[in-house]
Design a protein around this ligand. Structure first.
Ligand code: ADP
Length: 743
């Protein structure tokens, strides 16, 4: 029998939430592909020390770790590994264990170390041979060390990858903290300075500020571009108080500095503000809280995808042996040359150190730059004065369909950006139902204050799709209020409603105005976009609930069948299954057969016979009309031969509620700005298209509403193409029972 390939995984440098999910994916994918997988404990230090620092893992040694922050295999900073001698002994320990492939999960420092290790490898082997520590045959067997890197860093500072493992969870911690601080700050009319991590990267500070509606942000890549920035900041905050703000939040990145390169410390800002505002200013340094806590749903799934892709690349003999790093770009896994990315990452730090801020910001992504530009407007106390020579366009916004977290965030961004450009923003209450009844009011700058972090729909929403008499009312509302354009923030019924209005244009000429739909639905069942706002919040709600449900079963041998929302779209079910380690996900897209159920019972019985204590099944609400959650529970219970009991858990409306997640807030802000710009252009060009916005493969697309029918399946109310279905094989691999249990 051919010897099994042996690979190892280590986590190094600063820890990040989600590293465990990556380790789990590496181990399970490796074993599934027929390899032996070793853990190296405490980062490179474990390699240097050898012995118990390197240990073979089996399938179950990575069970039950998805929800845990930090890294179960430990991380450390190793000074010895920085030396050639240290790396030589590290190489010896790898060879001793027969390992010639390594997955390194860490930041740019750790990946630099990985690159040096790879480059040194031939010399290290030569030296070990010369020293007689390995035989010539062994030296021949290990000509090279294959390395694949995965970026684990809360800072999101890695060039070439849209997100790094831990950044989304850190943003969760930051938004939770700033939301909490805002409420106490408003009660006492106080100013707070919130210091966030990120080294040379302003990502956490910028997106944290954008997501929470903070009043000012200081980031390393873009220091205030005026000498007297202190005066500008004070004027701005004073103007805010005059406009009615009860609190001020200034977000300060740890690496923030002024144009001359001097660090801006929290006490500098505190002293400055106390002196000039004449009120108490408090500083909260969020510190290690940002690294801690449970990984978000996004981080678990990102890490799982990255870990899976890393092992597939590592075990592919046809690939060039040079180290690569796996990242995510435009929602797809991407292999990139490791050292090139590390160098580009370090270039930002160098540019900042050289005070070349233009270069520093140019190396950041487009969405980073866009977010910075949006934030600069959002933090104004009042809009710019409207230019009297320019037409003031009247833009109405409404929410339609079921509430989705992020609807208010989108509304706030559209309103403020619109007002700042000199236009008139109208809010329609209660969706199209309210529109038919002329429930329209003008929205002012301060009327949307606090909307950034608020779940539900402040405007009010309705699921009603307009029928004949409503359409007359809607047309009247457009005429009476001289509405030039309409932005609909909503889900399936919102899209159908706009489609209906489009088809009625012949009968009601007033409907000939530009209309655009912004996807907002927890089900993520809208065409033309990979993500709709609200879905990430719902996913996190589900994942948190399932974590608790799993924990409740520690003392019993139990199977849970958890029913989640999504109508006939399995997005929430599959993605929550992937994030919680469910053994099986039932979705409508695949259906459920009696054969499936019989095989699942069989697997469960064998698993529990072998010592399993907990089973988790996730069922999308419409997965099958006959095989309901209760039916499946009864069937499992009956067939479970009394070795386990079965409980249903129907999560219900908790999935729809709660404050929006950072991702939903960021996405809502971005799409709202784009929708606003789009309809303004339509008005300017005197065109009246009806469209729906989305982001697919990293590109923003406005699809024509005339294509709606072509892109969806009306029976199931979901898009024909659903990108996330490609994640199913990964979910299946991760959920397999341990090979020993399968036998
Ligand atoms: P991060 O990976 O989070 O950026 P560090 O920069 O602290 O964290 O690096 C983590 C570890 O990676 C170091 O303690 C060291 O063992 C290894 N490492 C970093 N840079 C190098 C280097 N230039 N040569 C060898 N090893 C390195």
């Amino acid at each position: 029998m051919a010897q099994k390939k042996k690979i190892a995984v280590l986590t190094s440098g600063g820890d990040a939430q989600g590293m465990n999910a990556a380790v789990r994916a590496v181990v399970r994918t490796g074993i599934d592909m027929g390899a032996e997988v070793y853990a190296v404990y405490e980062g490179y230090q474990g390699l240097v020390e050898g012995g118990h620092g390197i240990k073979k893992l089996d399938w179950n040694s990575v069970a039950g770790i998805l929800h845990r922050g930090g890294t179960i295999i430990g991380t450390a900073r190793s000074e010895e590994f920085r030396t050639y001698e240290g790396r030589k002994i590290a190489a010896y320990h790898l060879i001793q264990n027969g390992i010639d492939g390594l997955v390194v999960i860490g930041g740019d420092g750790s990946l630099t170390g990985a690159h040096i290790f790879y480059s040194d490898w031939p010399n290290l082997v030569k030296d070990l041979l010369a020293e007689g520590r390995i035989s010539p045959e062994t030296a021949d067997k290990y000509p090279t060390l294959r390395i694949v890197g995965i970026v684990g860093s809360i800072d999101n500072d890695f060039y070439g990858s849209d997100m790094t493992i831990g950044a989304d969870s850190a943003l969760h911690r930051i938004t939770e903290a700033i939301d909490a601080i805002s409420s106490t700050a408003a009660s006492h009319q106080r100013t707070f300075i919130v210091k966030v991590m990120g080294r040379n990267c302003g990502y956490l500070a910028l997106f944290g500020a954008l997501a929470t509606g903070a009043d000012w942000v200081l980031i390393p890549e873009a220091p205030p571009n005026v000498e007297n920035w202190q005066e500008v900041l004070i004027d701005r905050l004073k103007a805010g108080t005059k406009a009615g703000r009860r609190d001020h939040i200034v977000v300060l990145a740890e690496g923030a500095r002024d144009r001359d390169g001097n660090y801006i410390g929290s006490t500098d800002v505190q002293t400055l503000l106390e002196e000039h505002l004449g009120e108490e200013v408090r500083v909260t340094a969020l510190g290690h809280v940002q690294r801690g806590g449970k990984p978000s749903a996004f981080d678990r799934n990102l890490a799982t995808r990255l870990g899976h892709a890393a092992v597939k690349a590592l075990l592919d003999p046809t690939k060039d042996p040079a180290p690569i790093v796996i990242g995510i770009r435009a929602n797809a896994m991407l292999e990139m040359p490791l050292m090139e990315c590390v160098e580009k990452t370090q270039e930002v730090a160098e540019a900042i150190a050289n005070k070349d801020y233009e270069r520093a910001i140019s190396l950041r992504s487009t969405s980073f730059k866009e977010a910075f530009s949006t934030l600069k407007t959002m933090v104004r106390a009042l809009p710019h004065q409207a230019d009297p020579a320019k037409k003031r366009v009247r833009i109405a916004i409404l929410n339609a369909g079921a509430p989705a977290a992020g609807m208010n965030t989108a509304g706030r961004t559209a309103v403020r950006l619109g007002l700042d450009m000199g236009h008139i923003m109208l809010g329609i209450s209660n969706g199209f139902e309210g529109m038919a009844k002329n429930q329209v009011r003008e929205l002012e700058w301060m009327s949307v204050s606090g909307w950034a972090s608020q779940g539900g729909s402040v405007l009010g929403t309705s699921r009603k799709i307009p029928k004949s008499s409503d359409i007359y009312g809607i047309a009247r509302t457009i005429e009476d209020n001289k509405i030039d354009a309409l932005i609909v923030i909503g889900g399936w019924t919102g899209y159908e409603a706009v489609n209906t209005l489009l088809n009625e244009r012949g009968n009601f000429p007033a409907l000939n105005i530009p209309m655009v739909c912004l996807p907002a639905s927890i089900s993520n069942n809208l065409p033309g976009t990979e993500f709709s706002i609200g879905a990430d919040t719902a996913l996190n709600n589900i994942v948190e609930a399932v974590d608790k449900i799993k924990q409740s079963a520690v003392a019993s041998r139990r199977v849970f069948v958890v029913e989640v929302m999504g109508h006939s779209c399995g997005y929430l079910a599959l993605l929550s299954g992937l994030a919680t380690g469910a053994e099986r996900v039932y979705i409508h897209e695949e259906g459920i057969t009696l054969k499936d159920l019989a095989s699942d019972i069989d697997t469960l019985n064998r698993g529990f016979d072998a010592g399993k204590r907990l089973g988790l099944f996730i069922r999308a609400e419409n997965a099958n009309a006959i095989y309901t959650t209760d039916f499946i529970c009864s069937l499992f219970e009956e067939e479970g031969r009394s070795i386990f009991d079965v409980r249903p858990a129907v999560l219900g409306h908790l999935q729809q509620g709660g404050d929006p997640s950072p991702f939903d807030r960021i996405q809502a802000s971005r799409l709202a700005r784009l929708c606003l710009e789009h309809v303004l252009l339509e008005v300017e060009n005197k065109t009246t298209s009806c469209s729906f916005i989305g982001v697919e493969s990293g590109k923003v697309i406005f699809n024509n509403m005339r294509d709606f029918d072509r892109l969806v399946d009306f029976n199931t109310q979901r898009p024909i193409n659903q990108w996330w279905m490609k994640l199913q094989p990964i979910a299946n691999t991760m959920a397999l029972l341990a090979p020993t249990e399968q036998e």
